[in-house]
Design a protein around this ligand. Structure first.
Ligand code: UDP
Length: 252
């Protein structure tokens, strides 16, 4: 088989040219990084779990009419997605205070926010993805006003969907990050949800115990990351066979 052309290698995923024009194969690695890659490790099974979980969330979003890049899962670690121009912003939605918001504003983690708060970070690893205001986005032309309206609407729909689905399995969606891509259809263009939606990019707390089931387990050394992600996958019914060879007790 001809070797596939690698388009981009990121911290947690590698992108390859897809089989048809306008498609990309997204390969989920086991690498975990935090604090702008200062902390790193390889966590067996993480890529498989994120592949399955992102498929689950993106498929659900498609089913309620929220456009996104997911086409189909190819195997345990790869999915076929639609190629798009990524807008250089991390779009963060918060329902409860945590992480950098708690630090920045001195609000105790877990405090409910009066309404969902959307924040933007400029995607640039060298700068550590700095927080930016809509003024910067407009002034530097990263997105137009129409784009920003569409981004807010997509972000809030993703938030409502994810919050509801996770609530159904006893998990609180504290916050999450999405990325947005631009696709061209004839003379038109539109924005879609891209990248991934997984416990790598969300804060997920058990509703009863407050136990963390997301990447904070890795960031803050709170135990096994695969156990945490497997728990999310198990509750959502997307636990893949053989995904956690180290912890067979969780597969049932
Ligand atoms: N997040 C992410 N990638 C980033 C930064 C943040 O996926 O580069 C997610 C993070 O997992 C959390 C939310 O966005 O669910 C808010 O993160 P925060 O700004 O609190 O940053 P952190 O505390 O992770 O530095």
């Amino acid at each position: 088989m001809a070797r596939r052309k690698k388009i981009y290698e990121g911290k947690a995923k590698t992108l390859f040219e897809g089989p048809e024009p306008g498609t990309i194969v997204q390969y989920f690695k086991d690498d975990a990084t935090a604090f702008n890659a200062e902390k790193r490790d390889v966590i067996e099974g993480k890529g498989v779990l994120n592949n399955m979980l992102s498929e689950f969330f993106m498929t659900g979003l498609s089913n309620i009419g929220v456009p996104n890049h997911f086409i189909r899962r190819l195997n345990m670690r790869e999915q076929l997605v639609r190629a798009c121009e990524i807008i250089p912003l991390e779009v963060i939605v918060r329902n409860f205070a945590a992480g950098s918001l708690s630090k920045r504003l001195g609000i105790e983690e877990g405090t409910p926010l009066p309404r969902p708060i959307i924040e933007y970070c400029y995607k640039d690893d060298k700068l550590g993805d700095p927080l930016v205001a809509e003024e910067h986005i407009a002034a530097f032309g990263w997105a137009s006003q129409q784009d920003m309206d569409d981004i807010v609407s997509l972000a809030l729909r993703v938030n409502d969907f994810m919050s509801g689905v996770l609530y159904g399995v006893g998990i609180k969606l504290v916050d999450f990050k999405i990325e947005i891509g631009r696709v061209y259809e004839g003379d038109f263009q539109r924005l879609i949800v891209a990248d991934e939606i997984s416990p790598d990019s969300c804060r997920l707390w058990d509703m009863e115990t407050g136990q963390k089931l997301d990447k904070d387990v890795f960031r803050r050394d709170l135990g096994s990351l695969t156990d945490a992600y497997s728990e999310v996958a198990k509750r959502l019914g997307v636990m893949p066979k053989g995904a956690t060879p180290m912890k067979p007790t969780l597969i049932n």
